[in-house]
Design a protein around this ligand. Structure first.
Ligand SMILES: Nc1ncnc2c1ncn2[C@@H]1O[C@H](COP(=O)(O)OP(=O)(O)OP(=O)(O)O)[C@@H](O)[C@H]1O
Ligand SMILES: [Mg+2]
Length: 385
């Protein structure tokens, strides 16, 4: 097999950088998918899918709406409502040229003889141009939009719900604030179903992803390798896919037929290199130029708290001490955590204050915990770095 053939196969088996469209490659999330499908069947109801980066929001929206006539648009920073409406109509028109006629020279569309200018579409014009039969409109990455545009989308949702019940809007975005913003008006609230996505729950979901990828490649993931991927991925779909492809690549390059824990460890090295640049940059900036490695060990400790995403100073100091050559006191840990939560160290850590003596610390970026775990694996694998 040539390298090109191997890469083509690997990218068929795992898909770290692209949302899933094929239901056979979409695992777990049964309850969430049910909630989306129920709302799709409920006239006048619209959907918000929210959750952390890489949790699988776009995949859920796409897989749940297979078979529907649909258009999806990506929101951009600074997009106005009319810009979004234009994107929607142009996309709909290119996929349904028989239904809408586009007059590029004059930048307008016509439907049943009625002309609409595309430059300044408002909610009513958009509604008039959209089909009356069952139709799904996905607005992805709504969290990027300015608040004013989100408010206009809220208004539009309310309008649609009253007399265009066959159209379902799906808003996809990072963080709960999106759902909150759209729920701004009470009347919209009743028409919106929020579906939140977090980490994968059961190990069996992760195992299924690895088994399926393995079958495509003629590889078997050993139980130990699966356990390592569950742990290092921090159960995020994105990291499961990334570790799946990198460990399988190492195994295949050796001609092995079983993926071992060692392959996962070595794959993790390139997974950390491939991970989102913002994660790597934030991590490097956070551990930079300290005389001791205290910042690094604090981050390692925070990433490996037992089954907890946040911790108090004492717990983090204890976890960090497992890595350091001499124990890290709570006082030293507290000072380091304050710095890590500040601008100089890229705000890598966030705080939650629960009272005068109770502050909890967690990673600001939801994928950072998984990224730091990969770095720990690398370091232990390669010796001190
Ligand atoms: N249910 C699933 N089963 C298997 N893989 C999944 C599942 N959900 C997501 N993934 C994988 O995880 C990765 C992230 O998925 P997706 O792009 O849908 O997430 P997202 O939440 O939209 O991310 P972002 O916030 O970056 O837009 C993709 O590579 C996809 O292949
Ligand atoms: Mg997405």
């Amino acid at each position: 097999m040539t390298i090109a053939e191997r890469e083509a196969l690997l990218n068929l088996a795992f898909r770290p950088h692209y949302p899933i469209e094929d239901p056979d490659s979409f695992f777990g999330r049964e309850a969430e998918k049910d909630r989306v499908v129920q709302a799709l069947h409920s006239p006048g109801q619209h959907i918000v899918i929210y959750g952390e980066r890489g949790a699988g929001k776009t995949s859920l929206a796409r897989v749940s709406t297979i078979g529907y006539s649909r258009v999806d648009v990506f929101c951009e920073r600074e997009s106005s409502f009319s810009k979004l409406a234009r994107d929607v109509i142009l996309k709909y028109q290119s996929e349904n040229p028989a239904k809408l006629v586009f007059d590029a020279a004059n930048n307008r569309v016509s439907i049943n003889g009625v002309m609409k200018a595309l430059d300044d579409l408002d909610g009513n014009s958009l509604k008039a141009l959209l089909p009356k039969e069952t139709f799904v409109l996905i607005f992805d990455e709504v969290d990027r939009l300015p608040e004013g545009t989100i408010a206009s989308l809220g208004e539009f949702t309310k309008n649609l719900a009253t007399d265009t019940p066959a159209i379902t809007l799906i808003f996809v975005g990072v963080g709960e604030t999106v759902a909150e913003l759209l729920r701004g008006h009470d009347s919209v609230f009743r028409n919106i179903r929020s579906v939140g996505l977090g980490k994968f729950g059961p190990d069996s979901t992760i195992q299924s992803i690895l088994d399926k990828g393995g079958r495509t490649l003629g590889l078997i993931f050993s139980p130990e390798s699966i356990a390592s991927i569950v742990d290092a991925s921090d159960r995020y779909p994105y990291y499961v896919q990334l570790l799946g492809i990198t460990s399988a690549r190492v195994a295949m390059s050796e001609g092995a037929s079983t993926v071992t824990q060692d392959h996962v460890m070595r794959g993790a090295e390139s997974a950390a290199q491939d991970a989102d640049e913002t994660l790597r940059d934030a991590y490097e900036a956070a551990i930079l130029s300290s005389r001791s490695d205290v910042y690094k060990y604090i981050l390692w400790g925070l990433a490996t708290l037992d089954n907890r995403v946040e911790g108090a100073v004492g717990q983090i100091a204890e976890a960090a001490s497992r890595y350091a050559t001499s124990p890290i006191s709570a006082q030293v840990a507290g000072a380091a955590l304050k710095k890590l939560a500040g601008g100089d160290r890229s705000n890598i850590v966030s705080t939650r204050v629960m009272g005068p003596k109770k502050t909890f610390y967690s990673f600001s970026h939801p994928l950072m915990r998984g990224f730091v775990r990969l770095r720990i694996i690398n370091a232990n694998h390669n010796g001190p770095q």
